[in-house]
Design a protein. Structure first.
Length: 153
């Protein structure tokens, strides 16, 4: 891993399928990803988008990219670009997000999330150390309690 890459492992009281469904399904995505839902076919080479309320209305594309790997419920790997509304050079800005989801015993799942392969001067890179722990903790809360964490603020 390079100096500014992000990686975090958490344990969630739930099955790998429950965790996968929270990450990829509309209910978990909307609850945790600030009202956005994950759209697209989760198959290698396909495009995905996180779409939700924002400065372009209810259909604002916040993040988009390509599915690199999708092996439910164990592995999801995506490229990431900020939505066009955020940066003129959005297509040049990229990183890679990898979700590794593994059973860690009866009713327990280990999730290792990595955000790496940042393009030079990607503006979101500096915020990842604060943003991702909250998002991952919120997914944990959603799977375990049915409620996402409040947005800090």
């Amino acid at each position: 891993m390079r100096e500014n890459d992000f990686e975090m492992t958490i344990y969630i009281a739930g099955t790998p399928q429950q965790v996968w469904d929270a990450i990829t399904g509309a209910a978990g995505s909307r609850a945790v990803m600030f009202g956005s839902v994950l759209r697209g076919t989760l198959a290698p080479g396909e495009r995905y988008e996180y779409v939700g309320p924002g400065q372009d209305g209810d259909e604002t594309v916040h993040v988009y990219g390509e599915v690199l790997q999708a092996d439910a419920p164990g592995l999801l790997q995506l490229t990431e670009h900020p939505g066009p509304t955020y940066r003129e050079n959005h297509a040049e800005l990229t990183s890679r997000m990898t979700w590794r989801i593994e059973s860690a015993g009866e009713g327990l799942t280990r999730v290792t999330f990595t955000n790496d392969e940042w393009s030079p001067a990607h503006p979101a890179q500096t915020a990842t150390a604060e943003t991702w722990p909250h998002v991952l903790s919120s997914f944990k809360s959603f799977v375990e309690t049915g409620r996402a964490l409040p947005v800090p603020g």
